[in-house]
Design a protein around this ligand. Structure first.
Ligand code: 13P
Length: 246
């Protein structure tokens, strides 16, 4: 199976910067054997979509509305994302759960909306430092999975990506011990199998760098990586994508 590498550019780039970086990604990832996905912010999506046309890269979005196209000020519909050529949509990133107070109910609605447009949801799950210290990491993750897929019959979901992103490792430079990452991957995989979710790819995210990428792709058995900071530089992202599994 192809490994999936998702660049989450968050709200870090002006449109001109995003276009420039997208152009260098097209050049760098020509003929890539992996699934390389870039998620610019909404403002840059149309321009990056044009740049990626007939390239080997896939386009992703960082969020989508839970509502169908209509009178919802400030929202962006899954339908319109789909018409721009978007393939993946990040849903329930911890920054949205925390800063925008997104609930499980809203996240579940977003998964439903993007799946209806045949886009692939990339559901982010992860515990914070206190929850880990209190030994609650596994129950937090199971709770987030249950909340996200509660009202969605597994048969309606063609394909789903889950990203394990421990909050304490996001943007902190703190390396998640591969043993912890392995344990969490097993918990997620077991939960998905019990829920009847087939074809689920499980990614790791949180301070991924060139020198730790292999530990998540190798023994820990992740199907790919979700990368923030290191995806803003074409060389560091390229080194991560080219990292061998150990
Ligand atoms: P960093 O790679 O900057 O830690 O961000 C991870 C992340 O949040 C990707 O969605």
């Amino acid at each position: 199976m192809k490994k999936i590498f998702i660049a989450n550019w968050k709200m870090q780039l002006a449109p001109t910067e995003a276009e420039k970086l997208a152009q260098s990604f097209v050049h760098t990832f020509k003929d890539t054997k992996n699934e390389v996905v870039v998620c610019p912010d909404f403002l840059s999506l149309a321009a990056v979509s044009k740049i990626f046309k007939s390239s080997d890269l896939s386009l992703g979005a960082q969020d989508a509305s839970a509502f169908e196209r209509g009178a919802y000020t400030g929202e962006v519909s899954a339908f319109d994302l789909s018409s721009l050529g978007v393939k993946y949509v990040i849903i329930g990133h911890s920054e949205r759960r925390t800063c925008m107070e997104e609930s499980d109910k809203l996240i579940s609605g977003k998964i439903k909306a993007v799946s209806a447009e045949k886009l692939i949801p990339v559901l982010c799950v992860g515990e914070n430092a206190t929850e880990r210290k209190q030994g609650k990491a596994a129950s937090v993750i199971r709770g987030q999975l249950k909340g996200a897929f509660k009202s969605l019959p597994a048969k309606n979901l063609r394909s789903v990506v889950i990203a394990y992103e421990p909050i304490w490792a996001i943007g902190t430079g703190v390396n998640c011990d591969p043993l912890i990452a392995t344990r969490m991957k097993t918990i997620i995989k077991d939960w998905c199998e019990r829920a009847g979710l087939k074809k689920t790819a499980i990614l790791y995210g949180g301070s991924v760098k060139t020198d730790n990428a292999t530990s998540f792709l190798g023994k820990a058995g992740y199907d790919g990586l979700l990368i923030g900071g290191a995806s803003l530089y074409v060389d560091s992202f390229k080194n991560i994508v080219n990292a061998k599994s150990k």
